[in-house]
Design a protein around this ligand. Structure first.
Ligand code: AMP
Length: 217
């Protein structure tokens, strides 16, 4: 057993990875690292990286393995990542999973959680999803906060993500099947895959994940 806790959250867009990542990173005291968030922050800040990737995100395509691998490698050098990380949206291809394995040597990923939700349900969830522009809080349904457009957590503006449009949703789900679903076999072959039913309440899903991770450690 290694002391460093490295949890990979896998699952279709809309399966609840972001929501669970927030809960789990608090529970285990490790940072929530979302490559999608890092890229969106770069776009919002108008950095060179942001300008480079904006079109790719809008189209629902994947940015290059090299680019995200560098982002994650850099993120691992931050002090708060010493005790572990919760990876949300990374790795997304077999090439990225190989790069991650190399970054972690001599350790390995502690567990890969596959949040399993039917495509029909995630499509519905994505169309209804709203996020806070300021703090990235996720609203799962068109609830009062989503409608009023004000974040309950920080008072920021609650909006629909640019890539949660019907076309981009379809595109991202097909990219998931093509590039990311093979990671289920990848981690199963390494005895690291834990599949959790994601079609339940947030609390029930996080309880199932923590029980499985605690057993795997
Ligand atoms: P997410 O917030 O995880 O749904 O990511 C939003 C978008 O960021 C994706 O549709 C991709 O365009 C890009 N992205 C995020 N993570 C990765 C990754 N690991 N590899 C390639 N592209 C990524």
């Amino acid at each position: 057993m290694s002391d460093r806790l490295v949890i990979v959250l896998l699952g279709k867009q809309g399966a609840g990875k972001g929501t669970q990542a927030d809960v789990l990173s608090q529970h285990y005291g490790i940072p929530h690292v979302s490559t999608g968030e890092i890229l969106r922050a770069a776009i919002k800040a108008g950095t060179e990286l942001g300008l480079r990737v904006k079109g790719v995100l809008d189209a629902g395509e994947l940015v290059s393995d090299e680019l995200v691998n560098d982002l994650v490698r850099d993120r691992f050098t931050h002090a708060d990542a010493a005790s572990g990380v919760l990876l949300d949206g990374y790795p997304r291809t077999v090439g990225q999973a190989d790069a991650l394995a190399e970054m972690l040597l001599p350790d390995t990923v502690t567990a890969c959680i596959n949040l399993d939700v039917e495509t029909e349900l995630v499509t519905e969830r994505l169309a209804m999803r709203r996020v806070c522009k300021a703090c990235s809080a996720i609203y799962r349904s068109i609830d009062p906060s989503g409608v009023s457009g004000v974040c309950e957590r920080c008072g920021g503006e609650v909006v629909q993500r640019g890539d949660d449009t019907p076309d981009a949703i379809r595109q991202r789900l097909s990219v998931y099947e093509r590039d990311t679903a093979p990671l289920l076999d990848y981690y199963a072959e390494r005895d690291l895959l834990i599949t959790i039913n994601g079609d339940d309440t947030v609390d029930a899903v996080s309880a199932a994940i923590t029980a499985a991770v605690d057993e795997a450690r």
